[in-house]
Design a protein around this ligand. Structure first.
Ligand SMILES: *Cc1c(COP(=O)(O)O)cnc(C)c1O
Length: 410
């Protein structure tokens, strides 16, 4: 394949922190993307769980246009009605009650940085320890990188911000690690970047009880799982616990960059004037758009749609009967298709060729995170394209037809 000019531009002009880009996208509508050559793709990744409403949804377009023409930014020296409306909406959806509070940033990492500072404010000198899970992903800034339990990501940037310890994702490991010198536990309800890996049964409930017993904060990172993706507004709500704080970003802006820390109860009183801030955070444009996105998710019951479409997609994947596929993990519309061989990259590339956008959450897991708006039409098309992609890779691996591979091992 001859390199396109845009690929040369990528090589020359962009910092080389990421790999080659697979396409130059120029337009989107719903769950459809078009590249610069006019090729059409079905988008089952939604910009990594960001485009909750799909591309160019009228509610999103209208909110951006109207707000841009009204008031975009005034700085946090001042309040705006749109910021206050989004804060109230997030408090309601997250179930904080009256005592909750919201801090706005512009990304997931900024939401988690704020949560890290919340943990330090809570811990003070007496509680220097912060717990996170091995394999967790909480962001790429220096603070959130320390929270990200992946040594290979941290290694080029040592030394890390001190105090953070990564523990195994078991209730026993948490029990062993907790003491009265721990300020907080950070946890993803489903470890998205680790490969859509669920926590052990009962983990969040146990974590709530144990952290409360030791006076540590329970901080739930809902950046990938929030905004309805798992079939609840926030994934922790499947469990009935109340955390001390959650962080959100990705899906709440529907494509507009925004993140937030949402606090509950006593944790809401830890920040005081001068302890944190952001110039762009919570500006009128971002908050108006996020409010419009969340209002549309609510009025169209896209949380309910995620709850129904998730199982439908899993059945669809099972029905393909590919010898490559071991099964599905995740919840709602955050799905990890587990493969029996470490060929997720090849499946993603084959899917791309066939016009389907998915990504590799790890070597042996293909992540599906379609827009929350998808229905039967998109799922039928997905079934066809994903079957073709799997078949392409099966042929390359010379795997037998489904009926002959009952013993195929993981
Ligand atoms: C994406 C993600 C982040 C980081 O968000 P950015 O907007 O990329 O900074 C943090 N935590 C989780 C669970 C994520 O999925």
């Amino acid at each position: 394949m001859t390199a396109h000019k845009w690929q040369e531009d990528v090589q020359r002009d962009l910092v080389r922190n990421a790999g080659d880009r697979a396409a130059l996208f120029v337009r989107g509508e719903g769950a459809t993307l078009w590249d610069a050559d006019g090729k059409r793709y079905l988008d089952f990744l939604a910009g990594i769980a960001v485009n909750s409403l799909g591309h160019a949804h009228p509610a999103f377009v209208e909110a951006v246009a109207t707000q841009a023409a009204t008031l975009a930014h005034v700085s946090n020296l001042y309040a705006t009605p749109w910021q206050l409306e989004l804060a109230a909406r997030l408090k309601r959806l997250a179930g904080t009650g009256e005592t909750g509070r919201v801090y706005f940033g512009n990304s997931g990492a900024e939401a988690n940085e704020a949560a890290f500072k919340l943990a330090r404010l809570h811990g003070g000198a007496d509680r220097p320890r912060i717990l996170t899970l091995k394999d967790a992903f909480h962001g790429r800034t220096m603070g959130t990188l320390a929270l990200t339990g992946k040594p290979y990501m941290q290694e080029p940037f040592l030394p890390m911000v001190p105090g953070v310890e990564a523990i195994d994702s078991t209730i026993e490991a948490l029990e062993a690690a907790l003491d009265d010198r721990v300020a907080a536990l950070f946890v993803e309800p489903i470890k998205g970047e680790a490969g859509v890996v669920e926590l052990p049964e009962g983990y969040l409930a146990a974590a709530r009880e144990l952290t409360a017993r030791h006076g540590a904060l329970l901080i739930v990172d809902e950046i990938q799982t929030g905004a309805g993706r798992t079939g609840a507004w926030f994934a922790f709500q499947h469990t009935g616990i109340t955390p001390d704080a959650i962080t959100v970003a990705k899906g709440i802006g529907g494509g507009f960059p925004i993140g937030a820390l949402i606090t509950y109860g006593a944790a809401s009183d830890l920040f005081y004037p001068g302890t944190h801030g952001s110039t762009f955070g919570g500006n009128a444009l971002g908050t108006a758009v996020a409010s419009a996105v969340l209002a549309e998710i609510e009025s169209a019951d896209l949380v309910g749609n995620a709850a129904v479409r998730g199982p439908q997609i899993r059945e669809t994947v099972a029905a393909i009967g590919s010898p490559l596929v071991e099964g599905c993990r995740g919840q709602g519309l955050l799905i990890g298709v587990a493969l029996r061989h470490p060929v997720a990259g090849a499946v993603v590339a084959a899917a791309h060729e066939h016009g389907l956008i998915v990504n590799a959450a790890n070597d042996a897991t293909v992540r599906l995170a379609p827009p929350l708006t998808i229905g039967d039409v998109e799922i039928d098309e997905f079934a066809e394209l994903f079957a073709r992609a799997l078949s392409t890779v099966e042929q390359a691996l010379l795997l037998d037809a489904p009926s002959h591979t009952e013993e195929a091992s993981a």
